[in-house]
Design a protein around this ligand. Structure first.
Ligand SMILES: [Zn+2]
Length: 318
């Protein structure tokens, strides 16, 4: 069957953008430390400015994007890594996800009155003030053949990095050190992160209380904490350069960087498939006075419009 003319366009107005050196994995040889440095580069600006959020919400979203970009780079198979935070604060829902190929997207749902009230008090609320009390979930979805892995913890701490390290400590029993940052710079919005993970020693052993390993982990986190947001978000400083500044005395090994890209998978074709699942009655109700059905992608913040007459309910097609 020929593609109808109204479907013959894919994702209008969505940028096709790839940042080649988005995530740089590294490890410190002979120490129980591996990590990732994340630079969203111009992708931060493109993803974040599609949404009309106040700067405080944009900063939080940028940090969430840097976090999922770092975590998804550890996926061993095809799939995606997704962060969901649901709380009782002015940002009632925050979703960010990243696939194994580095395709990134997010959306944030805000409660306007509560958000305006908070921003009237302070223009720089903490992540916790934005999110309130609630839950943080991380989901690894590696396709239909693999079991979905999801961990949920209560929101703890004042900033997203603390919330995430609390997640790893309680849900995964795994020590992590995180630094996440997102700011408006001269070049536009920039976001990035540095994550250290404590890994088992040689041969997979992790001796609790191993003094050398404890000391090496502590040294790595102390060195990592000297990284400033200004350095991290400066386009002219590459990840290998920054990592060398931090860890040159720790037998640093920098691995092949991985790309990040604009990652919403919405398309007209996919949305038509969703629409065709409804009955003709429902479709009639969805249509506006001008005969159009409008579907919004919350990730891209785009309205897709479909003439009602072109959509046939699947159940009533035969
Ligand atoms: Zn989309």
């Amino acid at each position: 069957m020929e593609t109808p003319a109204f479907l013959d366009r894919d994702r209008p107005d969505v940028p096709d953008l790839v940042v080649p050196g988005g995530v740089t994995p590294f490890y410190l040889k002979g120490r129980p430390v591996r990590g990732r440095m994340v630079h969203l580069g111009v992708l931060a600006d493109v993803l974040l400015t599609r949404h009309d959020h106040p700067a405080a919400v944009t900063r939080l979203a940028g940090k969430a994007l840097a976090l999922v970009a770092a975590l998804a780079s550890a996926l061993k198979f095809k799939g995606s890594f997704s962060l969901q935070i649901k709380g009782d604060g002015p940002v009632s829902m925050l979703v960010a996800d990243c696939t194994d190929t580095g395709a990134l997207r997010f959306y944030a749902r805000t409660e306007e009155d509560a958000l305006n009230a908070l921003l009237a008090e302070t223009s720089t609320p903490t992540d916790r003030e934005l999110l309130g009390n609630g839950y943080l979930a991380l989901t690894i979805d590696q396709g239909p053949d693999m079991e979905r892995h999801q961990g949920i913890v209560e929101i703890a701490g004042d900033d997203l990095a603390t919330m995430a390290s609390h997640y790893f400590a309680t849900s995964e029993q795994h020590a992590c050190w995180l630094f996440l940052s997102c700011k408006m710079t001269d070049a536009g919005w920039r976001a990035g992160g540095l994550i250290l993970e404590r890994i088992a020693g040689e041969g997979g052993t992790h001796v609790v209380g191993d003094a050398d390993a404890d000391a090496n982990w502590e040294t790595a986190t102390i060195l990592a904490s000297t990284l400033s947001a200004r350095e991290l978000l400066d386009d002219s400083l590459s990840a290998p350069e920054l990592l060398h500044r931090l860890f040159h005395q720790e037998d640093l090994h920098v691995s092949q960087p991985r790309a990040l890209a604009y990652g919403c998978r919405c398309s007209r074709t996919r949305l038509v498939d969703v629409l065709q699942g409804f009955s003709n009655d429902d479709l009639d109700h969805m249509a506006q006075d001008d005969g159009q059905i409008v579907m919004n992608c919350e990730f891209c913040n785009i309205d897709f419009r479909f003439p009602r007459k072109d959509i046939l309910s699947r159940a009533e097609q035969d």
